[in-house]
Design a protein around this ligand. Structure first.
Ligand SMILES: *Cc1c(COP(=O)(O)O)cnc(C)c1O
Length: 397
């Protein structure tokens, strides 16, 4: 019999009843150190007092009014994002996949309005993840996500990840946009080198193609800058943001330049809940806290500490781990064992991690994790790795 929850997830047999900072408390009272943060969502950890206050204050005033009216909380968050980024304008969504939908629509509309409606092709990269809508799976193209859902939306061309020669050959005066994650998340914490991101920007400039950056996972302070592309000293035309921006409340945003957004006039796009007062009250507090240069500097310092300890962990378990990659508090441990086995071994040590593609274990702790928690986290990962070395292999070889 089908479960009452549609069984599209392989869930761990764990349920949490409370969260505090970097910790989640299970039903039986056991405390788990959370290095997944709801997959880079709980950027400020669990139950951050400022976010609880922002949400409950707003909840006592007004929850929802509709985008047919002015929404002051939404205005405040949009103004903050425009002030702190490349963007001139913002559209709010409830999720990452909805930001992919709008980014695709905006890029096509841009060329339509410029009198080039045939310019629809969007170049994307293998290993990408842009969400689960029909548009987003067509963009990412992976067999696992698209199988059985055809016919797919046409107009996407998938290039080998990191292959700049392939991009140079594929991009042309007919390309509408290039859509890329500065650091692939689901794909296995694979960062694009700064030089390549600069080269992608230059190729877009040379052909007129718009650059869409998907910072749903790597944005909002995760790398030690407010947005990951800042490290390369470039700016996109359109940027997708979600996950961390709501700190756990569902919220996403598409940021764009005035030029890229030129076709998006009244009636061309919409969302009932997008930019809802509750979400925006929380989002504004998240951005205020995370965009503080002192906060971002701390993320960078703690990331250095975690990385150094992880290098030690890899050296201590050469049979389990291969190397560390990633940036800031978005780190991946390339494994020699199945990452799912390490995630399971972590449960035994009461530490939560997330598996990713390319045989990678993902660490995406709250940006507020403390030095002591980092040390404790690596001790627990060490114990998890040891348990795999001593136990018989969990999965068939
Ligand atoms: C999670 C994710 C998405 C999709 O976000 P949802 O909120 O799950 O729809 C899109 N892009 C990237 C890079 C992501 O990590």
């Amino acid at each position: 019999m089908i479960p009452s929850i549609l069984p599209t997830y392989n869930r761990a047999p764990l349920a949490f009843v409370k969260g505090e900072g970097s910790w989640l408390v299970a039903e039986d009272g056991t405390r788990y150190l959370d290095l997944g943060a709801g997959i880079a969502v709980n950027a400020l950890g669990h139950a951050h007092p400022d976010l609880v206050a922002a949400l409950t204050e707003q909840a006592g005033r007004v929850w929802h009014v509709s985008n047919v009216y002015q929404i002051p909380e939404q205005q405040r968050l949009a103004d903050l994002l425009v002030e702190k980024t490349f963007a001139d304008t913002v559209f709010f969504t409830n999720s990452g996949t909805e930001t992919a939908e709008l980014a695709i629509k905006m890029a096509r509309k841009y060329w339509y309005e410029k009198g080039a409606p045939e310019r629809i092709e969007i170049l994307t990269f293998e290993g990408a993840f842009h969400g689960r809508s029909t548009g987003a799976i067509a963009a990412a193209g992976s067999e696992k996500m698209v199988k059985g859902y055809g016919p797919l939306m046409p107009g996407f061309r998938l290039l080998p990840w990191g292959d700049m020669a392939a991009l140079k050959a594929a991009i042309s005066e007919r390309t509408a946009a290039v859509m890329v994650e500065p650091i692939q998340g689901e794909g296995g914490i694979r960062p694009i080198p700064d030089e390549d991101l600069k080269a992608i920007r230059a190729l877009c400039d040379a052909t007129g193609a718009l650059l869409i950056l998907d910072e749903v996972q790597c944005g909002v302070g995760r790398t030690g800058r407010l947005f990951a592309h800042e490290w390369a000293g470039i700016t996109p035309d359109i940027m997708m943001v979600a996950k961390g921006i709501g700190g756990g409340f569902p919220l996403g945003a598409v940021l764009a330049t005035e030029k890229a957004a030129a076709g998006m006039t009244a009636g061309t796009h919409g969302s009932t809940y997008g930019g809802n007062p509750l979400a925006c009250a929380v989002g504004a507090r998240v951005i205020e806290i995370v965009s503080d240069p002192a906060f971002l500097a701390e993320v960078g310092r703690k990331a250095g500490l975690l990385r150094q300890k992880l290098e030690g962990l890899v050296a201590a378990h050469p049979e389990v781990f291969d190397f560390v990659r990633g940036q800031g508090l978005m780190l991946g441990l390339k494994c020699k064992v199945a990452p799912a086995d390490l995630v399971a071994a972590g449960y035994g040590q009461h530490v939560l991690t997330v598996a990713a593609a390319d045989n990678t274990l993902r660490l995406l702790p709250p940006l507020t994790i403390t030095d002591e928690e980092i040390a404790e986290a690596v001790r627990r990962l060490d114990a998890a790795a040891t348990s795999l070395e001593t136990a018989p292999a969990a999965s068939p070889v």
